[in-house]
Design a protein around this ligand. Structure first.
Ligand SMILES: Cc1cc2nc3c(=O)[nH]c(=O)nc-3n(C[C@H](O)[C@H](O)[C@H](O)COP(=O)(O)O)c2cc1C
Ligand SMILES: O=C(O)C(=O)c1ccccc1
Length: 388
């Protein structure tokens, strides 16, 4: 059965067999957000839900989807859908990946392991953040079925950056994502009001304190002197001095598919491919960095037009429902990443929450595809849409 019909059936089945548990079942995105808000401290909730500045870009990300409407087609035999795609030689069941989110222990005690396992239940790749609570190796070990990618915060310290790349390869990651929009944190008013930074609590350093190159820079071990490790981290985490020429070093450092995340300008998109990137992720970091930045979906349209049809162009920002995925795909995304959405699932119910919130997103996507007259991703293009 297709995932959409199956999920509907399951929900009604629960009611029929008396297993429907009101407190365990969120359906809409708004339900997940509201429940997450109940279970999380204000600091943790706003860490996840917040943005930079006025939140203009975060809102624009969602509103950009509303500027487009789907124009459904009929008489197209949609009884069986195949929404899979091939990406870097691997088949993905759906064009959806889990975006890197740092310090997931803030959201749930089982943190990244729960999220990676939830993703694995649906066969979706999980992108491990450089700033994960648990080390990449721990996540790989405890979520054995998961397809992992690694997100690199390119450290100012080249030994650490290089060591992270080696570890991503050794842990079996399928791709390397380099995030370029966060060499420093933006002006995040909610976090600043509370003087809240996870790292000050020693959280989010899982990949650093376990790293031989990082440890070699410390006079005393992180176990003996946690404050020393935090201090070093603040000094080497970001690297605002990077330029396009540095990419050559990283490109030679690894044979993994290399994606640049945080691209918004068509000129940068073009340059990325010219310099040997295998893909880009059109993203404004969920509106957490440059407030007032262009919405991801709008940037996607301009970038796809520039780089042509063949290049791998992923996008994230504002993907909340099935129709959003349909629209992004129709506008030229190779696949989309979801960020906060699975964060809410993780907060509400750990592994099961992540699996459920993703299952519902995919169910909605599948049903929207079917009802719009699309049986596969290949036939989906801007012809399927109209401006609202
Ligand atoms: C709480 C939180 C933490 C994040 N941490 C990272 C990170 O460590 N590395 C990274 O590249 N992006 C990070 N991001 C950005 C996401 O990968 C993604 O670009 C964004 O969440 C997409 O927007 P959405 O939340 O609207 O789906 C983070 C986002 C959130 C919400
Ligand atoms: O909050 C973020 O958006 C983010 O990218 C991040 C980076 C390092 C640690 C935690 C989150």
């Amino acid at each position: 059965m297709n995932i959409g019909n199956e999920a509907q059936f399951q929900i009604y089945q629960m009611r029929l067999t008396g297993q429907y548990r009101d407190e365990a079942l969120c359906i809409s995105v708004e339900d997940w957000v509201a429940r997450a808000r109940e279970v999380l401290s204000p600091e943790a909730f706003w860490y996840l839900a917040g943005a930079s500045g006025r939140g203009e870009t975060m809102r624009a990300n969602e509103e950009a989807f509303a500027k487009w409407r789907i124009v459904p087609r009929v008489f197209r035999d949609v009884s069986d859908r195949d929404l899979s795609l091939e990406l870097f030689g691997e088949r993905l069941p759906y064009p959806v990946l889990l975006a890197p989110i740092g310090v997931q222990s803030i959201l749930h005690a089982d943190g990244e392991v729960a999220a990676a396992r939830g993703a694995a239940k649906l066969g979706l790749p999980y992108i491990v953040s450089s700033a994960s609570t648990m080390s990449l190796e721990t996540i790989a070990e405890k979520a054995p079925g998961a397809t992992l990618w690694f997100q690199l915060y390119w450290s100012r310290d080249r030994d650490v950056a290089q060591s992270f790349v080696r570890r991503a390869e050794a842990a079996g990651c399928k791709a390397l994502v380099v995030t370029l929009d966060t060499p420093m944190m933006a002006w995040r008013e909610r976090d600043l009001e509370r003087a809240y930074l996870p790292f000050l609590l020693g959280e989010g350093l899982g990949n650093y304190v376990s790293d031989p190159a990082f440890r070699a820079k410390l006079r005393r071990s992180p176990e003996e002197d946690p404050a020393g490790a935090i201090l070093l981290w603040t000094q080497i985490f970001g690297n605002p001095g990077l330029t396009w020429d540095d990419l050559e070093w990283l490109r030679e450092e690894t044979d993994l598919p290399l994606l640049l995340k945080g691209i918004l300008h068509p000129d940068d998109a073009e340059e990325a491919f010219r310099r040997g990137a295998d893909g880009i992720i059109v993203s404004n970091h969920g509106g957490r960095q440059v407030d007032g930045a262009v919405a991801s979906l709008d940037a996607l349209v301009a970038i796809r037009e520039r780089v042509g049809r063949e290049k791998v162009v992923l996008m994230d920002g504002g993907v909340r429902r099935g129709s959003d995925v349909v629209k992004a795909m129709a506008l030229g995304a190779t696949a989309v990443l979801v960020g906060r959405l699975y964060g809410y699932g993780l907060a509400v119910d750990g592994e099961r929450g992540v699996e459920t919130v993703l299952r519902y997103l995919l169910a909605d996507f599948d049903l929207t595809m079917a009802l719009s007259g699309h049986r596969s991703l290949s036939a989906l293009d801007a012809n399927a849409l109209a401006h609202s």
